[in-house]
Design a binder for this molecule. Sequence first.
Ligand SMILES: NC(=O)c1ccc[n+]([C@@H]2O[C@H](COP(=O)([O-])OP(=O)(O)OC[C@H]3O[C@@H](n4cnc5c(N)ncnc54)[C@H](O)[C@@H]3O)[C@@H](O)[C@H]2O)c1
Length: 350
Amino acid sequence: MKILVTGNMGYIGPSVINQLRTSYPGSTLIGFDIGYFGNCITSTEMLPECRVDFQYFADIRQFPIDLLSGVDAIVHLAGISNDPIGNKFEEVTLDINYRASIELAKKAKEAGVTSFTYASSCSMYGFADDSPRTETSSLNPLTAYAKSKAFTERDLEPLASDQFKITCLRFSTACGWSERLRLDLVLNDFVAGAVTSKRITILSDGTPWRPLINVKDMARAIDWAISREAGNGGKFLAVNVGSDGWNCQVRDLAEGVAKVIPNVGISINQNAPPDKRSYRVNFDLFRKLAPGHQPKFDLITSIRELKEGLEAMEFKDEDFRNSKYIRLNTLTQLQNKGLLNQNLEWVYKK
Ligand SMILES: NC(=O)c1ccc[n+]([C@@H]2O[C@H](COP(=O)([O-])OP(=O)(O)OC[C@H]3O[C@@H](n4cnc5c(N)ncnc54)[C@H](O)[C@@H]3O)[C@@H](O)[C@H]2O)c1
């Protein structure tokens, strides 16, 4: 197997590479990333990217088709990966997440790649205060980020064929420890607050529903998607990935953290405007199709591993919401330093 993983230098990437190394021993793993967050690592021993056979630093918007020679499978993670960045860089988000993804899939099909796994998102359900969303529920993408995911799925579908299987994994919100940690994710933010200042500050009124999944369970779902037979789900499949037990309200997550880390205070913003993003998700289809790859990590284990990881790196930054572990901060700083232009391209290459 020759597997190309785009965006492998992101939060999820290291877990995906570890999983693929275990599941496909002897395979050739190729990483492809623009390197926006290259210095955001938690491991002091080894760059996580040393685990791939080849690492390319390049922009997915100018993807060279030559790299696809002999590639069997693509795991496409590269992208602008949250609402705050998407809101600030709307058109760039559509360029990278949507247009470049469709171009990549077209090139992959042309080059004879047989499996294309796309990191989609449940955020395309937007706001839904009634029953849990299934894959056939109507989409309600409210932000540039969510729209980019919905448009990509829509335009990927007609590209699927018997020789080119496409799987869109609609992931729940990620959480958990990673060698490329991010703290702009709800659970990670709460644990960082609890560890550094014994305080969790919920920016909303705590009521929004948000399904979660540990990054290592995301990697296991990707592993499943790569090797699933087209008979199991079809040549094009969009599936919700997560578990019923993790359909939580934001305040439940905070209370979970306070159970694991003693003497932590929780503040809720009672005056917050209603969160536009709130939904519960139905995971029946994923349970049916991938019984051997169901999420294993629960909330408490994920909180513990985050706590232990932050303590091991002696993380004490109470002001972490302004740190490099918040992706928008990193991109903004790179721009302020003149290293990225307004299209989020490296300046030195132009
Ligand atoms: N983290 C989540 O909660 C979550 C949930 C659902 C889906 N996803 C999706 O999973 C994927 C990976 O998420 P993540 O949390 O690891 O994100 P991340 O932001 O940590 O990593 C994304 C990676 O993509 C790279 N990248 C961005 N633009 C690029 C470009 N133009 N060319 C090449 N590389 C580029 C970045 O350098 C980064 O290393 C994303 O597509 C994201 O939308 C994430």
